[in-house]
Design a protein around this ligand. Structure first.
Ligand SMILES: [Zn+2]
Length: 96
């Protein structure tokens, strides 16, 4: 778990976030069940398989950042390498 995600989970916004994800229509019925389980009992209650879905399909948006040049979303792990830009803009700015 990255530092960003850890901070996110600790600030108390997790439950609201999961409720938003349930409402979003992006999750299938199994993933909705997993999200509800986490709201009820916390992420520690998940089995290994449930945890996989949770980490990869339910908790997703906090791992992206918006590029300040083109406003696209990209993985937040790249923000440190590219100075707040997506890799495409980083390449462009090198050329400018
Ligand atoms: Zn960009």
């Amino acid at each position: 778990m990255g530092a960003f995600k850890q901070a996110y989970l600790e600030d108390g916004g997790l439950k609201d976030y999961l409720e938003e994800r349930i409402q979003s229509g992006d999750l299938n019925s199994m993933q909705i069940g997993i999200a509800k389980l986490v709201i009820d009992k916390g992420p520690d209650a998940l089995s290994e398989k449930q945890r996989y879905h949770y980490d990869n399909f339910i908790i997703v948006e906090e791992d992206t950042a918006d590029c300040y040049r083109c406003q696209c979303s990209f993985p937040s792990s790249e923000i440190y390498e590219n100075d707040g830009m997506c890799s495409w803009c980083a390449h462009r700015s090198e050329r400018d």
